[in-house]
Design a binder for this molecule. Structure first.
Ligand code: OAD
Length: 248
């Protein structure tokens, strides 16, 4: 089906999606950096995107951490500091409201900023981890850590091993349990909304297709067209913090 590109003032389309959502028994959401943009969190690939200013391979890979854990932790300290006083926006809050009224609701996010949880969402699958958690490179233990800044380099209280951010870096596999919960949610949902992701990084990039193939009605909300736009039922062009409250 040809996607429908919407100027968000088109009330018929908003109404149609609202009606579908109001009776949906099962909804899965996929979010990317764009949903946090209006909270002031930089995206990765936009004009001021993080990967424009920093080289991912020097900071977000296991090799970089092995070579220079202090440098990698300094970068994460900078990001933690920027995120520490940032609040969720109307898009995060709208998804938390939707979760309360849909029986079967799953929010899959690529974001590590923790803003969905802060905004009230509960059934969250964090594909790429969470910047507010640390993982021991020795015993594998995972702990919440909200220190800003974190002492560098941080060590595990249990085994003394070096701690790393609990984030999936480039070249690393996503944990099996995380992936299988995400695919279950994609395969059973009746409606999927894909919000603020460039649709470039796998496996998230093909999740809209997975849900579509399993029979879901798929809506995309983004500032621009993406590789997902060709396979979804509707692409709504606009800011997540404006569009999601209209839909929900
Ligand atoms: P990107 O930075 O690649 O894409 C952000 C998307 O959000 C773009 O398609 C923008 O058009 C859109 N966007 C920006 N502002 C928006 C707004 N206000 N409302 C709606 N859409 C908006 O971010 P991701 O797709 O999340 O991985 O990137 C995927 C992964 O690549 C990240 O999780 C990260 C990165 O490398 C890791 O760090 C492992």
């Amino acid at each position: 089906m040809c996607p429908y590109f919407l100027n968000h003032m088109d009330n018929n389309v908003i109404e149609d999606v609202r009606n579908r959502l109001s009776v949906a028994s099962s909804v899965t959401i996929l979010t990317g950096a764009g949903i946090s943009a209006e909270s002031g969190v930089p995206t990765f690939r936009g004009e001021d995107g993080l990967w424009r200013n920093y080289r991912a391979e020097e900071l977000a890979t296991p090799q970089a951490f092995k070579r220079d854990p202090v440098l990698v932790w300094e970068w994460y300290n900078m990001r933690r500091e920027r995120l520490s006083d940032i609040e969720p926006n109307q898009a995060h809050y709208a998804l938390a409201r939707l979760e309360k009224r849909v029986g079967d609701f799953t929010l899959i996010t690529q974001n590590v900023d923790g803003l969905h949880e802060k905004g009230g969402s509960r059934n969250i699958i964090e594909l790429h981890g969470n910047i507010w958690r640390v993982r021991c490179t020795g015993c594998g233990g995972i702990k919440e850590n909200h220190d800003v800044p974190i002492d560098i380099p941080p060590y595990c209280m249990d085994c003394g091993g070096l701690l790393r951010p609990h984030i999936v870096w480039f070249g690393e596999m996503l944990p099996d349990d995380v992936l299988s919960s995400a695919y279950s949610a994609l395969e059973i949902c009746k409606i999927m909304i894909v919000v603020g992701t460039s649709g470039i990084v796998q496996p998230a990039a093909s999740m809209a297709y997975t849900a579509k193939r399993a029979g879901a009605y798929v809506i995309e909300v983004n500032l621009e067209m993406t590789p997902n736009s060709g396979i979804v039922d509707r692409t709504i062009i606009g800011k997540a913090a404006e569009i999601l409250p209209l839909l929900i």
